[in-house]
Design a protein around this ligand. Structure first.
Ligand code: DAK
Length: 261
């Protein structure tokens, strides 16, 4: 791959968008490589993903403006579909995805981070949806996911004004969960990923599905979604082991890793 690096550390897969000379902007090639990378993740061994950008300056500075500038209506729709399909694949990916936002997260960069389950950022991170200043609307889900994450009032303010916000404000409005010094960001992301990876994998996946699917449903339907995914856990060996371990009175026993079964 030319623009996307993939590395596995323990049970964590690290995806790095690596197009540093354009601040990791998303062109068609990056989107295609991201799609292929996600398809290649070994879900038997990898339990959490981290998505980040190469370098110290930018996570993703948006969709590639150079590529977009000459698109026809049909090509614009095709580009949008390519992006939306990858973003949706990330959002519904069976295992959790942590966005480690190491700098600019503008336009499509902010949007791709919002397709991840959890966002943490470096202290130099900058977020924004600058699209209306370019004569377009956010097109990779920004109008939808930002409003769901930070509420419609703040999302509308950010989108209509196209004003960028810094890491501390992103934290205050709930766009990110935590801010770290740049040099500590990846270690924090890896630590969080390892913390997720040690839990029962099928239960974690079912939690992701329950939260995502439930958010798209009314409460009556959402509760049924939760019940079903809760019930499914009782067919797993990990549930049997996890509960038996808790009930075992032998305090000397060491907990075994969950088996993903
Ligand atoms: N696209 C292409 N190249 C980019 C880029 C981008 N988004 N952002 C930066 N670059 C390139 C710059 O052109 C420059 O290239 P060279 O001139 O060196 O060849 C290089 O990266 C370094 O950038 P700067 O020289 O500008 O660096 P600065 O530190 O001065 O400024 C900056 C950093 C992030 C403030 C600035 O580069 C900037 O404002 N970049 C653009 C940010 C932006 O507006 N992003 C949003 C793009 S719009 C849709 C689907 C998707 C979308 C919309 C609709 N449909 C389906 C409907 C998504 C839209 C967007 O994401």
């Amino acid at each position: 791959m030319e623009f996307v690096l993939y590395e596995v550390k323990g049970q964590t897969g690290i995806i790095t968008i690596s197009r540093e000379k354009a601040l990791n902007a998303l062109n068609s090639a990056v989107l295609e490589e991201l799609d292929k990378t996600l398809d290649s993740v070994d879900l038997d061994t990898v339990r959490c993903l981290i998505l980040t950008g190469a370098g110290q300056k930018s996570f993703v500075a948006g969709a590639d403006i150079g590529e977009m500038s000459t698109l026809t209506k049909a090509e614009g729709e095709a580009f949008g579909k390519k992006g939306n399909d990858v973003f949706r694949k990330l959002e519904t990916f069976p295992i959790p995805v942590i966005a480690a936002i190491n700098g600019f997260a503008l336009g499509g960069g902010c949007e791709i981070s919002m397709s991840c389950d959890i966002r943490i950022c470096s202290d130099n991170a900058v977020f924004g949806q600058p699209e209306v200043g370019l004569g377009i609307t956010p097109g990779f889900g920004g109008t939808q996911r930002l409003a769901r994450l930070v509420g419609p009032g703040m999302a509308k303010q950010m989108i209509y004004t196209a004003r960028n916000i810094k890491a501390d404000e992103a934290l205050r409005i709930g766009l990110v969960n935590a801010v770290y010094p740049q040099e500590e960001l990846m270690a924090a992301a890896e630590k969080m990923a390892a913390g997720i990876a040690k839990n029962a994998p099928i239960a974690v996946r079912n939690c992701k599905k329950a939260i995502n699917d439930g958010l798209e449903a009314g409460m009556d339907e959402a509760i049924v979604i939760e019940e079903k995914l809760f019930g499914d856990c009782f067919e797993t060996e990990d549930q049997k082991y996890g509960m038996a371990f808790f009930l075992d009175k032998n305090k000397e026993k060491v907990k075994e890793p969950f088996q993903n079964k």
